[in-house]
Ligand binder design. Structure first.
Ligand code: ZN
Length: 379
């Protein structure tokens, strides 16, 4: 068997009594990643050649996809012991076949340890027998008068050891039910390194809120532009953003709502889809005189299907006439109802073309739309 250089043990055998949940917390998923995935997906896995995941037998199937994900690794499923110390020992016994130089022992409940910390521990093991991360707590604990005002040192994982050191410590210790591996080694022989404040332990259900600090929302934006000719023979029938306006109507295959068409295209753009003409061809008799609200609802459904929310919608009309500002409020209300979004994220603006070109001659109306969408649930 090939000798291993760096091995990683992830202890995921706990049931989490403080978690009042049937599923152990380490298997709870955030955006499709459980706590083990979350940690492994954010570190440079190539540092390790062997990974041992310690779980209760009934949860081993939950870690099976890791083997598929990291096929180049020696991947070991280890059965959890009666307590953390025995779980750790079970993993080390299995790893002993690979004779690794270094081993990092990590609690699955600390998914936020960074790649920086992991590499720092590995580097420290080049010169030291161990590398134990800690942070100093600003809280003080009074143990004795002498210790008064001494900052508390909080020990974290992953803890790095020369394999033989920790394996022998486990085999020879008189300690039972140790809360972490470093306590099996005399404190004066340990090498402490600076840990990370954000490397917190997920203990209570509300601790899952910390994921919000790490999982940033995705923002995307899209642009839309449309223009239609004014039917100068008519006197009424104009519709902009679903609002009827007493003015000459626009020429088009559908109801020619230039505002809604621009908005649809901006949403399609933000979702990396094709343009409105692709979904609603102006050659298809099905869309003849169609109410454009139908197209907007289609775009709204696409947002929903992709779990995106509009965070801002900015529409600009370019027209010599009519005076659009008079209808601004009504349009915002209409769009808010159609798209099911708050009114305060919609802006309707208008400008003339300063009597230049065919818009300036009053022959057409154009609309531009810019939309920003996010996968963060906003409303
Ligand atoms: Zn159009």
């Amino acid at each position: 068997m090939k000798k291993s250089k760096n091995a990683l043990v992830i202890l995921a055998g706990g049931q989490g009594k403080r978690f009042n949940n049937k599923l152990p917390k380490q298997f709870n998923e955030i955006n499709g990643e459980n706590l083990i995935d979350f940690f492994l997906n954010r570190i440079d896995i190539n540092i390790f050649d062997t990974i041992a995941i310690v779980t209760k037998k009934s949860y081993q199937k939950k870690t099976k996809n890791l083997k598929i994900k990291y096929p180049f690794l020696n991947f070991l499923n280890v059965e959890a012991g009666k307590n953390r110390q025995l779980s750790s020992l079970n993993a080390l016994k299995k790893l002993n076949t690979f004779k690794p130089d270094n081993v990092l022992i990590h609690d699955a409940a600390r998914p936020f340890s960074s790649n920086k910390l992991v590499t720092k521990i590995i580097r420290a093991l080049n010169k030291n027998q161990s590398a134990i991360p800690y942070i100093s707590s600003p809280d003080k604990k009074i143990i004795s008068k002498k210790e008064f005002n001494k900052p508390i040192k909080l020990i974290q994982t992953p803890q790095g050891f020369k394999f033989n050191l920790i394996y022998n410590a486990h085999l020879n210790t008189k300690i039972v039910n140790a809360k972490d591996d470093s306590v099996l080694i005399p404190i004066e022989n340990l090498n402490f390194i600076k840990g990370e404040k954000l490397n917190i332990k997920i203990t209570y259900p509300e601790d899952f809120n910390y994921f919000k600090l790490f999982v940033r929302p995705v923002y995307k934006s899209g642009i839309g532009y449309d223009i239609h000719q004014i039917d100068t023979k008519t006197k009424k029938g104009l519709k902009l953003c679903g609002v009827k306006i007493n003015f000459n109507k626009l020429v088009g295959h559908s109801d020619a709502d230039v505002g809604l068409h621009a908005i649809c295209d901006s949403i399609f753009g933000a979702l990396s889809m094709k343009d409105i003409g692709y979904y609603f061809s102006n050659k298809d008799p099905k869309w003849k005189n169609k109410n454009s609200e139908f197209f907007l609802k289609f775009a709204r459904d696409k947002l929903k299907e992709n779990s995106f929310y509009i965070s801002n919608l900015d529409i600009n009309f370019i027209a010599e006439k009519p005076n659009i500002s008079k209808y601004r409020k009504e349009m915002i209300l209409k769009l808010s109802l159609l798209l099911k979004i708050p009114k305060n994220i919609i802006s309707i603006k208008a400008t003339t073309n300063e009597k230049i070109g065919f818009i300036g001659d009053g022959l057409g109306i154009a609309a531009e739309s810019i939309v920003q969408i996010t996968d963060e649930k906003l409303y």
